[in-house]
Design a protein around this ligand. Sequence first.
Ligand code: DX5
Ligand code: ZN
Length: 216
Amino acid sequence: MRVQIAPSVLAADFMNLGKDIEMLNNCADVIHLDVMDGTLVPNISFGFSVIDQLGKIARIPMDAHLMVVHPERWFENLKKDGVSMVSFHYEAAGEDTANHIETIHSLGMKAGVAINPDMPVETLFPYIGKADYFLVMSVFAGFGGQKFIEESLERVARLRKELDARGYDSIIEIDGGINAGNIKAVKEAGADLIVAGSSVFRAEKPEEAVSALRDA
Ligand code: DX5
Ligand code: ZN
């Protein structure tokens, strides 16, 4: 299955972000931006002033992964910054999830719903046919460099089976701990948008790490 690789800027060299974005322009499919607020997750990353700058040089789509409470406060900012895909956590949105999807669509962006590893994957099922993509976390949101949680494979497979059964080929994004050792299993499970932070940016040749993940 042809998959897309979305390196996570969280693992990039913050002293040389422009250089890393140029590198991603030339080898990756999507740029994954982890936005954290220190409340939904126990960490803070970067915000709109950074994303706005990155948007000026990005030539591939930017995918914002909002790990924040009240994600709806920020959809317009992201649109202005040039983001074309926005995911927010079900843990933050709850019953507002369908409304948020509509708001993101009304701004002309693709909408994704994200869940942490301890949220049943069935939580996503009501949004099939509404959301453009689903982000199944394979680590607990908050930090790069964590170990892949194996049960994530089964969760992705269950979601893919449900999508197939209902006749939707929505994107399944998977995020956390993905590397050359587990990429094949991740693809086989049915994920088609693969986030990778450490395994790309800690590689000696990040461009080659991206191609290797894509072609595995
Ligand atoms: C974690 C983030 C991930 C993270 C992935 O909260 O959502 O996108 O940067 O990094 P690795 O690939 O190092 O697990
Ligand atoms: Zn992420």
